[in-house]
Design a protein around this ligand. Structure first.
Ligand code: ASP
Length: 437
C-alpha cells in the first residue's frame, strides 16, 4: 500500500497577491513543493501604502449605491486593477471582463455589503486558478456560515467531499461562504485566515501555511521594539494570550479549528520564502525559550474602587459594567479582592468624563473612595515557561526602576504590567532585550 501523501493548505493574504508580480511569486512558492495542494486566496490588497484594497473599493461601491450616488468611478478602479492583473498573467481577459460586468449589474440588487465584499476573493481565485492551471472551487459551494458569521459545522463534510483526494492543485477564494438564506456571507475582515483554517481541519491537512508580508510573528511590535525578531515557535495558547493584548497577525477565529485538529500553522513571508517564519503548535519544548513575546495595548484607564467588603457585593460588577457600556466603554480586566475592585477600561475617555464618573460611582455605590488613573498601557509578557523564569521581574526592576508596576503574575503563562504612556517604548524595548539576551 502506498504511503499517504502529505497535503498542505496554503493561504495567501492580500499583499501577497496585490498585483501580477506578487501572484507570480506565489506561483513559484506553490510549485516549489508538491505538498502545497490546496490554496486559499485573499483579494488583491494594497500595492503601495496609500492604495485602497480591492475589498474596500467593492464595499465603497456598495455604500455609494446605498446612498443613491453613482459608483461607476469606484467600479472603474476595481475593473482596471483586476484587468491589469489578468493581462499581465496572460489569462482570458474577456472571461474576466464578463465576470466584472455581471458583478456590476448585480451590485445594486444586494441588500447587504457581503456580496460586494466577497467579489475580490472570487475574482482573484478565478484568475489565479487559470494562471496556475489549477482547479477553482467556489467557497460558496463548500463553506457555510451561521447568522453570526461563524462557521456552520456542516461545512466540514461538504469541504471534505468536494476536495476528496486532494490530488489536484485547487484554488479556493477565502473570506466568504453561503449564509443560512442562501446568499453570500463573509466572515469579519481578514476572514480568509478563517476559511483556510476550516479547510485545513476539514481535510485533516498536515500543515496550514499562512503567507503574509512579514517573516512571522514578532517577539514584540517591530515598529516600536528595535531589536524585535520573529518567534521561531509558539503555542496556540501563547498566541491567544499575545493577541488579547494587541498583537495581530492572524484572525482570532483562525486559531480554534486548527488547534482542535492539532494541525501546525506556519506563518511565512511571500517576499522572503526562505525565512523559516513562525511555527504555531499545540505544545513546545520551552526549556530554552521560556518567554516568547510581549504585547501592549493602549489606552487604558485603571478604575480603583474601595469599599469595605466590596467583594461580597455580587451585583456591583454588573452594575458598573452597565454604566460603562452605556458610555461605549468596555472593561477588559477586573481584579476583585476584599475591599477593592480594580478594573482596566479600554478606550479613550476624556478627563472630564473621568471626573464625572468618579463622582457618580462614589455616590451611587457609597464607596469609600474611587480613582481613575491617567491613560496607561497594559503589557503582557507571555511564555509557557514563564513560571520557571522567577528572576525575570527582578531583571526588569534592575533596568527599569519605577517605570512599570505589576498588575498580576497570577496567570499561568502571562505576567501583566501597567506602564505609563510615556514609558511604553522604553519598557517594551528593554523587555525584548531581556527576552533575546
Ligand atoms: N479581503 C478581505 C479583507 O480585506 C478578507 C481577507 O483578506 O482575509 O478583509
Amino acid at each position: 500500500m502506498s504511503e499517504k501523501k502529505e497535503i498542505w493548505v496554503s493561504k495567501f493574504g492580500g499583499t501577497s497577491l496585490a498585483n501580477a508580480q506578487q501572484i507570480l511569486k506565489v506561483k513559484e512558492i506553490i510549485f516549489a513543493d508538491s505538498r502545497r495542494k490546496i490554496v486559499v486566496v485573499s483579494a488583491p490588497g494594497k500595492e503601495h501604502k496609500d492604495d485602497i484594497k480591492i475589498t474596500d473599493l467593492l464595499i465603497n461601491s456598495h455604500n455609494l449605491i446605498e446612498q443613491k450616488k453613482p459608483f461607476d468611478e469606484t467600479f472603474a478602479l476595481i475593473k482596471s486593477r483586476i484587468l491589469k492583473i489578468a493581462e499581465t498573467l496572460k489569462i482570458n481577459q474577456v472571461k474576466i471582463e464578463k465576470e466584472l460586468d455581471f458583478i456590476y449589474e448585480r451590485l445594486p440588487r444586494q441588500k447587504s455589503s457581503d456580496y460586494a465584499a466577497s467579489r475580490g476573493e472570487y475574482l482573484n481565485a478565478l484568475m489565479i486558478a487559470e494562471a496556475f492551471g489549477a482547479k477553482f472551487v467556489d467557497a460558496a459551494d463548500i463553506l457555510f456560515l451561521t447568522k453570526n458569521r461563524t462557521i456552520d459545522s456542516k461545512s466540514y463534510s461538504k469541504i471534505k467531499n468536494a476536495l476528496n483526494e486532494c490530488d489536484e492543485l485547487t484554488i479556493i477564494p477565502g473570506f466568504y461562504g453561503t449564509g443560512e438564506d442562501g446568499s453570500i456571507v463573509t466572515f469579519s475582515r481578514g476572514g480568509s485566515d478563517v476559511s483556510a483554517a476550516v479547510v485545513a481541519k476539514a481535510i485533516e491537512a498536515d500543515l496550514y501555511e499562512n503567507w503574509t508580508d512579514v517573516s512571522g510573528i514578532y517577539i514584540a511590535d517591530p515598529r516600536i521594539a528595535t531589536n524585535s525578531r520573529p518567534i521561531e515557535q509558539i503555542t496556540y495558547r501563547e498566541i491567544r494570550e499575545l493577541a488579547t493584548l494587541g498583537a495581530s497577525v492572524l484572525h482570532q477565529d483562525a486559531i480554534n479549528p486548527v488547534k482542535e485538529a492539532n494541525i501546525n500553522l506556519n506563518v511565512k513571508n511571500t517576499n522572503d520564502p526562505q525565512a523559516d517564519g513562525t511555527l504555531i503548535t499545540k505544545s513546545r519544548d520551552y526549556s530554552k525559550e521560556k518567554i516568547v513575546g510581549v504585547s501592549g495595548k493602549k489606552p487604558y484607564r485603571r478604575f480603583s474602587l474601595e469599599k469595605y467588603l466590596i467583594a461580597e457585593e455580587p451585583t456591583i460588577l454588573d452594575q458598573v459594567k452597565e454604566i460603562l457600556n452605556k458610555r461605549g466603554l468596555q472593561i477588559d480586566l477586573k481584579l476583585l479582592s476584599f475591599d477593592t475592585l480594580t478594573m482596566y477600561v479600554y478606550g479613550e475617555i476624556d478627563d472630564n468624563l473621568c471626573r464625572e464618573l468618579e463622582k457618580y460611582l462614589l455616590d451611587i455605590f457609597k464607596l469609600d473612595s474611587v480613582e481613575i488613573s491617567n491613560e496607561v498601557v497594559l503589557l503582557g509578557i507571555v511564555g509557557e515557561g514563564l513560571h520557571q523564569e522567577k528572576e525575570f521581574i527582578d531583571k526588569l526592576n534592575e533596568v527599569l526602576k519605577d517605570k512599570f508596576s505589576i498588575v498580576t503574575t497570577k496567570f499561568p503563562i502571562k505576567t501583566l504590567l501597567e506602564v505609563e504612556l510615556e514609558n511604553y517604548t522604553e519598557v517594551l524595548n528593554k523587555i525584548v532585550d531581556i527576552i533575546i539576551a
